[in-house]
Ligand binder design. Structure first.
Ligand SMILES: [Cu+2]
Length: 306
């Protein structure tokens, strides 16, 4: 039994989520062997059940909401199945040769109208709470702009003029040891831990809709040409987190991943210094979009609106 499995059985959450975690750990262990991790932090794993581990308050809330819904849908499904089994056994031709002539039951009709309404009301409370939390933006410590291109992402650090770069997926032959295939990028977004990061998201005006999503952060927002949407996250753990473009955008949709490294405040300061050098503005591009000096695509991606 691995550590994660024990954690799950250790009822670390409150009631519902602990129950669901324990259930999913149980089924994971039964069907997929107990040695594989059941969820991973920052990236998917083989035979994973459920979400990637959460490192933000929003993702915590999403997971809790999901667990609540899973319990409700399980109870409803079992109830309906029990009714069906009962009807099949009790009211078949052999067991019930003379059927009742009843066509109407006011109290029953009242119940099957009101009970679903009450269930929906119960569901709506955490749903609205989650929606409100997602769209209540705490004050930003760091603001990043992500621009979806065909087929990579440009990033600009809005608080630092000199830091902007393109992040393209690494080819298989470029991968270093431990780097996940189809998820690793040549340049990586770096953000400090325990800080509110706002991500302004848009797309190349001459392009298509993309979507900036990182599962462990619980963020997913469309990148729409000519519009700026935004999302925010506050990661509580350092580490590497991966996401993918999550809006079907075209032929290389599967090949424009998102890689975010969460580091300590000190490491972040150091990275800023390094990045200002590394990603110094490229004056040869006349529309004012800066790209990384080492960017393999050169200026090709610099076709953004002026
Ligand atoms: Cu895309």
């Amino acid at each position: 039994m691995n550590l994660r499995f024990k954690n799950k059985l250790g009822l670390k959450g409150l009631g519902s989520s602990a129950l669901v975690s324990a259930l999913s750990a149980f089924f994971g262990a039964v069907f997929f062997g107990s040695t594989g991790a059941l969820a991973a932090e920052g990236q998917p794993v083989d035979w994973q059940l459920g979400f990637q581990d959460s490192v933000t308050p929003i993702m915590d809330q999403i997971a809790e909401f999901h667990n609540l819904l899973l319990i409700i849908i399980t109870v409803i499904t079992l109830f309906v199945m029990a009714l069906l089994v009962y009807v099949i056994a009790r009211f078949n031709e052999k067991a019930n040769p003379v059927p009742s002539k009843t066509t109407h039951s006011t109290s029953l009709e009242f119940a099957w109208t009101v009970v679903p309404i009450l269930i929906l009301l119960v569901i709506s409370i955490p749903s609205w709470r989650l929606l409100s939390a997602q769209y209540t933006f705490p004050e930003a410590d760091v603001t990043i702009k992500a621009i979806g291109n065909q087929w990579n992402w440009d990033y600009e650090y809005s608080d630092h003029e000199d830091i902007s770069f393109t992040a393209s997926m690494k080819e298989d032959k470029e991968l270093e040891a431990g780097e996940p295939r189809l998820l690793s990028t040549d340049n990586v977004v770096v953000v400090p831990v325990n800080k509110v990061v706002h991500v302004l998201i848009t797309a190349d005006p001459a392009g298509v809709i993309h979507n900036w999503a990182v599962p462990s952060f619980g963020v997913k927002a469309d990148a729409v040409p000519g519009r700026v949407t935004r999302t925010w996250f506050k990661a509580r753990k350092t580490g590497m987190y991966y996401g993918q473009c999550s809006e079907l955008c075209g032929k290389d949709h599967a090949f424009m991943p998102i890689q975010v490294k969460v580091v300590t405040a000190k490491e972040y300061e150091k990275w800023l210094q390094w990045a200002k050098e590394e990603y110094a503005s490229n004056d040869s591009i006349d529309d004012g979009v800066k790209v990384a000096k080492n960017n393999a695509n050169g200026g090709l991606v610099a076709k953004l609106a002026k």
